[in-house]
Design a protein around this ligand. Structure first.
Ligand SMILES: *Cc1c(COP(=O)(O)O)cnc(C)c1O
Length: 494
């Protein structure tokens, strides 16, 4: 590209060229973002969804404007009407306020635009991703034969873990190569076992892998939300007696609603006994490995065949950022395909595409590098300790508040609660559920609070998912008052 091309101002230039356009635009965006956060008083602007949609659809893509103006419009229309994940009352999902180290890493990731598929697109980046993976393997004590790869998050990690399990099983069971020959004739008999509180991406993975959702068998959970391992044993016996072929057990380390961590040691033992692959979905609770106080809750994870970890949740990374770790690196061969233009068979330099289902892939490992160096694994662990303590305290204040009713003791950092039955009055359960659904939507669309909603045994519960370790109990006192005020508007006579 010639620096004097009419398009030069649209690209970053090299070799001492003037990058004023880049500097000016970056500074303008930074100033705008900073003042947006400084002025933010609500987790959502309160613009009605209809008006927001209309404003966005009114943008005329045929009208090209100077970048400076586009940045201002983006700020006013998009940024100001975004869900403000840094606000203390934005606590619906496993959707984290990102660390500054991660946001700044994004600046490098975007400007350098390395692609992780091959070394000739990601020289330092290839080694850095592997360096961080090696650190993770050590942290999770997966042993010398282990390996891993960065993914776009828990969904992709779960899919990959189960895909490797499926291919391993067919090879092991009948010498069948699914990568080459597709599903074997017993494909409709394959079964994946998880708990009824496992993440829905287990069903979704089964469907994508050509096994169908019906191949997923759910084990009931105890009152703590953990897989009932006695039921796991008897179910495996039953499946075998029916001539079906269980291939993998999925244990969850931190269920999305309750934060329940399955008995990993027992599930590993059972998986070994039946000769099955054991995948641990640690998208939420896997982070506890950094907490000196709570890491023992993950005992057994070191023996898993595959583990999903998700950095854009409790590791406070910007989206997207996750990893799949596997105990025996040879299983990655199911994903290997040589392409003449990209990863030739005799390549000496490493090409990470060899173990990924993605080709072009983001350099997300840089965010974890800058976080581990700039914040530190121990500090993250201390944040989790604080968070778990705060969650317990929030649950206690729900119990002490006559307007609310707690669903169950929190296990990790979620609090499930609902309006006290005094609000139910003569309403049926269904009507009472709908009322609370309306309450959540009203809080969201007026911009007062972004809280979660789920169902437990047919009852609708509101949900807080705590991630921000800087919150205090005081933030929650204010939030409870807001919820009470809205509840009383919906049901005036309480
Ligand atoms: C969030 C979550 C997932 C999905 O991960 P994404 O990063 O959203 O793709 C899977 N399993 C559990 C337990 C989760 O909490």
């Amino acid at each position: 590209m010639q620096p004097n091309s009419p398009w030069s101002k649209h690209f970053i230039q090299v070799a001492g060229a003037n990058n004023q356009a880049f500097t000016v635009a970056s500074q303008q965006a930074l100033d705008n973002i900073n003042s947006l956060f400084a002025q933010c008083t609500k987790p959502y602007s309160g613009l009605t969804p209809d008006l927001l949609k209309e404003a966005i659809y009114n943008s005329n893509l045929d009208k090209v404007e100077p970048l400076q103006q586009v940045i201002e419009q983006t700020n006013d229309l998009i940024a100001k009407n975004s869900i403000m994940v840094q606000h203390p009352h934005c606590i619906a999902h496993l959707h984290t306020p990102p660390l500054i180290s991660s946001v700044v890493a994004e600046f490098y990731i975007a400007a350098l635009n390395q692609s992780m598929d091959s070394w000739d697109q990601a020289s330092a980046a290839t080694y850095l991703e592997q360096f961080i993976i090696d650190w993770l393997l050590k942290t999770y004590a997966l042993g010398d034969s282990a390996d891993g790869v960065f993914t776009s998050g828990g969904t992709q990690s779960n899919l990959m873990g189960l895909l490797l399990a499926r291919d391993w099983f067919a090879q092991h069971y009948s010498g069948h190569n699914i990568q080459q020959d597709g599903l074997p004739d017993y494909g409709n008999k394959l079964r994946i076992i998880c708990s009824d509180k496992s993440h829905f991406t287990i069903q979704k993975s089964a469907s994508l892998m050509g096994l169908g959702e019906r191949s997923v068998v759910c084990i009931k959970t105890n009152i703590q939300g953990q897989m009932d391992t006695v039921h796991l044993q008897s179910t495996l016996d039953d499946l075998l007696a029916q001539g079906l072929l269980p291939m993998a057990v999925v244990a969850t380390a931190g269920t999305t609603d309750h934060g329940a961590i399955d008995d990993l040691q027992e599930i590993i033992k059972i998986s070994r006994h039946f000769g099955l692959w054991c995948h641990v979905d640690g998208a939420y609770g896997g982070a506890l490995m950094l907490s000196q106080k709570h890491k023992s809750r993950l005992l057994g994870m070191e023996s898993a065949d595959s583990v999903s970890v998700d950095f854009h949740k409790l590791f406070y990374q910007t989206i997207s950022c996750g990893a799949l770790l596997i105990k025996n690196k040879t299983h990655f061969k199911s994903l290997l395909h040589h392409a003449d233009y990209l990863n030739r068979e005799g390549d000496d330099l490493p090409n990470l595409v060899d173990k990924s289902i993605a080709t072009t892939k983001r350099f997300d490992a840089l965010k974890m590098f800058m976080t581990l160096k700039g914040v530190g694994a121990n500090t993250l662990g201390e944040m989790y300790d604080k968070l778990i303590e705060l969650t317990q305290a929030v649950a206690k204040s729900v119990q002490q508040n006559s307007h609310f009713e707690l669903c169950c003791e929190p296990l990790l950092s979620t609090v499930l609660f609902r309006l006290s039955t005094k609000y139910q009055g003569l309403l049926t359960l269904n009507e009472f559920n709908q009322l609370q659904q309306k309450l959540r939507l009203q809080l969201l669309t007026c911009g007062d609070a972004v809280i979660g909603e789920t169902k437990v045994d047919g009852k609708l519960y509101l949900k807080f998912t705590l991630l921000n370790p800087c919150l205090t109990l005081n933030n929650f006192d204010n939030l409870f008052k807001k919820i009470e005020r809205h509840a009383q508007q919906l049901i005036p006579n309480t």
